[in-house]
Design a protein around this ligand. Structure first.
Ligand SMILES: Cc1cc2nc3c(=O)[nH]c(=O)nc-3n(C[C@H](O)[C@H](O)[C@H](O)COP(=O)(O)O)c2cc1C
Length: 404
């Protein structure tokens, strides 16, 4: 039985959702599941836009057969070859032996790496701005290298003004019948997952996303069809603007994220006092995370969202507490930049957490670090309150500076 949605009169969502997978890419927790989107255009020539992950291949094939009946697929357009979209390519190619496979030179190379069937006789190799007419529709291709992988491209349908955007504009979260952004409360229910998806999957490639946005600015886009998550058929500028802000590494909110680690509660107490002091001064929406209990993908996402970070950690065997090191290395790996950071360390005999945190932060671009850390010996004492208040004041001045 097919389970599809109509995007336009002749274009259908033929994807499916997985609510069983615990970890996307075997690394990112997805408690709300994930969708693998693919789309089918029924025209004089029938076109499939990408395939799906193995996990949902049965439903996907039933969707195709249900819509096509005895008809064939003339073209498969491969916007992205990562296996969550390309895994079923060979199977679809064997079900539809006359189907041509459309991609750029890098796509074809990658298909050969993943599969062992004769691609060359079936491939249509396209370049930037090439077009493909399917009857009523004309499709145009734009390269989007490293908007996740090097072979990524996007496809624009001139007739329906749809941008098939590959992983760009994707979101974690299974689709629940409602596949369109105007059928859900995106900001309330999806935004955190959209941001976490962007920051962790694409966040490293800000410059490449900017290059794609420049190309997209020349297109009249009515609908965005990404490979994960909701289809945007209204207010597309909203999400495009978010992508613009994210890929310029601009914070979304002028506020403080306090990310702390603590074994016995003394570092935790110090940041609780700091948070209360900041709140007394009117700082709103302070976010605190015990980093031992928060998935690093969420921490990365929040760090990108907030303008200011307070990082607090104990010393552990001559270095920084390991979960803090992991968090910082992950931020670095995602090209984290343009933020203000205050550091708090704790140690009972030879504190070294500050030195370690500073070292990793110095390898990132445009991180403004407060000169002096708050260095606690085991537990914060009344006698150190003036240092904590000084730290608070420095954060307040910096927040105010951002507001001016
Ligand atoms: C396994 C272990 C290793 C530690 N290594 C160091 C160290 O190398 N240098 C140091 O000054 N303190 C070290 N400490 C002490 C802690 O940093 C210190 O007790 C700190 O106050 C703990 O803060 P917390 O209460 O927030 O967990 C270590 C503690 C543990 C449990």
């Amino acid at each position: 039985m097919k389970c599809v949605r109509k995007v336009t009169e002749d274009i259908f969502w033929v994807g499916a959702s997985d609510r069983r997978l615990a970890l996307f890419e075997n690394i990112f927790p997805i408690p709300r599941g994930v969708s693998y989107n693919a789309y089918l255009l029924l025209d004089e020539k029938n076109v499939l836009f990408d395939t799906v992950d193995f996990a949902v291949s049965r439903q996907f094939i039933e969707n195709l057969k249900g819509l096509l009946g005895e008809k064939t697929i003339d073209y498969l357009i491969v916007n992205h070859m990562e296996p969550d979209h390309g895994a079923t390519l060979q199977e679809i190619a064997s079900i539809y032996p006359d189907m041509k496979i459309v991609g750029n030179a890098k796509t074809v190379q990658m298909i050969k790496q993943f599969f062992d069937f004769d691609i060359d006789s079936r491939s249509v190799v396209i370049k930037e701005a090439d077009t493909l007419s399917t009857g009523k529709h004309t499709l145009q291709f734009y390269m989007a290298p490293m908007v996740h992988w090097p072979e990524v491209m996007v496809t624009y349908d001139m007739e329906s003004k749809i941008l098939f955007s590959a992983d760009a504009f994707g979101t974690f979260g299974a689709l629940n019948g409602n596949i369109f952004n105007d059928e859900i409360l995106f900001e309330q229910d999806w935004m955190d997952d959209a941001r976490r998806y962007y920051m962790n999957i694409v966040g490293k490639y800000g410059a490449q996303v900017q290059a794609l946005l420049k190309k997209a600015a020349n297109l009249d886009i009515a609908i965005i069809c990404p490979l994960h998550g909701p289809v945007w058929r209204s207010n597309v500028e909203y999400f495009i603007n978010k992508y613009d802000q994210w890929s310029r590494y601009e914070p979304e909110e002028n506020t403080v994220m306090i990310a702390y680690a603590s074994m016995y509660g003394d570092t935790e107490q110090a940041v609780n006092i700091l948070a209360a002091e900041l709140a007394e001064e009117g700082v709103k929406n302070i976010r605190m995370y015990d980093i031992s209990n928060t998935d690093v993908s969420e921490l990365v996402s929040e760090a990108f969202r907030c303008s200011h970070l307070v990082l607090a950690a104990p010393t552990y065997n001559g270095g920084v507490y390991p979960v803090m090191e992991t968090f910082l290395l992950d931020l670095k790996a995602h090209n984290f930049q343009n933020r203000t950071v205050a550091l708090i360390e704790n140690g009972s005999w030879a504190p070294a957490a500050y030195k370690n945190m500073k070292q990793i932060l110095e390898e990132m671009k445009n991180i403004e670090m407060f000169e002096k850390p708050l260095s606690i010996k085991s537990a914060l004492k009344e006698s150190q309150m003036d240092e904590l208040v000084d730290l608070k004041n420095r954060i307040l001045v910096s927040l105010k500076g951002n507001n001016e």
